[in-house]
Design a protein around this ligand. Structure first.
Ligand SMILES: Nc1ncnc2c1ncn2[C@@H]1O[C@H](COP(=O)(O)OP(=O)(O)OP(=O)(O)O)[C@@H](O)[C@H]1O
Ligand SMILES: [Mg+2]
Length: 358
């Protein structure tokens, strides 16, 4: 459907994209995640034809639309674009914005569909209003409908929810996903919010240093991250340095097994906050729990602080080892009561621990 092949791109001799390749299949929603300034918007501009490629190729439905010597203009690509800053024309009404650039027969053809779409997102009464009379969220919905109006092959969405509060964001991205599915439109969504990417996408690509560091399903990236950078992108982590001896590495949270091919190597041990379990009563824990499932820290944790964060509790712990003091974060599901200075047994779930060669 949409394919980037070995794209390299820079501004004023500063390289931003370096041999970037990625493929999006028909009907898929794919998210592109990456830190600010890594080149996400640049990729969308290249796919839409707003910018010309410097090296590499872009294909739409197996047809080359961008290369060194081919450049199909944006209006001939059948690509819808929802810009990072929304960008409705302020002097045009909502309907005029949506139909902008269409001829009379196209408007006639699309009117019923647009009416239905406006209805679905409760905007029917806003057709003749102007953008400044709509909230930020409503303007985002109009921008999406505008992008869908011309029946694009694919929609490019550049952080479409970044200006919205978190509740509204959840509602609107849910509506967007249903609209994309209902009309079977493929989408490439740019975001730096991993939860948003996981919510919306069939596949996720994480962009780092100009190329895709990992591409796969949300579950793949969460459960099988290829680097500490990827693991950290999908949630808060605790990270330790260690050296592998005979297939094991020691940390303050216990001894973890890892591949023998890492023997004598320096490694980074990444432990997700939610991999850590805490127990106030060690005896009870040892009696009731399958000890083999968890790695138990040889050190006692002291609770420094515990904060309820909506669906989970974030506990700050201190583990004293000789003269050093290790600060660990644990995220425990639900409401939990831990007192400051309480002593706890600290365990980790090995399935949420990742070890990377340094
Ligand atoms: N027209 C331009 N001229 C020069 N440099 C540019 C131009 N557009 C973007 N850049 C630079 O290229 C880099 C990538 O920009 P881009 O807008 O693609 O990043 P992004 O990943 O979308 O970031 P954000 O998440 O902040 O939107 C940035 O360092 C930016 O400063
Ligand atoms: Mg951007």
């Amino acid at each position: 459907m949409l394919e980037f092949l070995n794209i390299s791109y820079g501004y004023n001799n500063r390289k931003i994209l370096n041999n970037f390749s990625m493929k999006l299949q028909a009907g898929e929603v794919v998210s592109l995640l990456g830190p600010s300034g890594c080149g996400k918007t640049t990729l969308l501009k290249l796919a839409s034809g707003i910018e010309k490629v410097q090296q590499g190729e872009i294909k739409l439905d197996n047809q080359i639309v961008s290369s060194n010597n081919i450049h199909l203009s944006p209006d001939k690509r059948g690509v819808g674009y929802v810009f990072q800053d929304c960008a409705l024309f302020p002097h045009l009404s909502i309907l005029e914005n949506i139909f902008f650039g269409m001829n009379k027969s196209e408007v006639k053809l699309q009117t019923q569909k647009i009416k239905k779409l406006m209805d679905e997102v409760n905007l029917s009464n806003f057709s003749n209003k102007y953008p400044h009379e709509l909230s930020g969220g409503q303007q985002q919905q109009v921008a999406l409908i505008r992008a869908m109006a011309s029946e694009p092959r694919i929609i490019l969405l550049d952080e479409p929810y970044s200006n919205l509060d978190s509740r509204l964001k959840e509602k609107i991205r849910d509506q967007m996903l249903h609209l994309l599915r209902e009309y079977n439109i493929s989408a490439l969504l740019v975001t730096h919010d991993p939860e948003e990417a996981m919510f919306m996408s069939d596949k996720i690509g994480v962009l780092n240093n100009g190329f895709i560091e990992q591409f796969g399903s949300p579950i793949d990236l969460y459960l099988r991250p290829k680097s500490a950078f990827i693991a950290e992108f999908f949630g808060e982590i605790n990270i330790f340095d260690g050296i592998v001896e005979e297939g094991f590495v020691n940390t303050v949270l216990g001894t973890f097994s890892c591949s023998k091919k890492f023997n004598k190597n320096k490694v980074k041990i990444v432990i997700r906050n939610e991999a850590i379990k805490l127990y106030s009563d060690k005896k009870k824990f040892l009696k009731n729990t399958n000890k083999n499932k968890y790695i138990i820290s040889p050190y006692i944790g002291h609770v420094m602080e515990a904060r309820l964060l909506a669906g989970s509790t974030l506990v700050h712990l201190s583990l004293k080892v000789n003269n050093s003091d290790f600060h660990i974060h644990a995220r425990i599901p639900g409401l939990n009561f831990f007192n400051v200075n309480e002593k706890v047994t600290v365990c980790s779930d090995p399935s949420q621990i990742f070890i990377f060669k340094q």
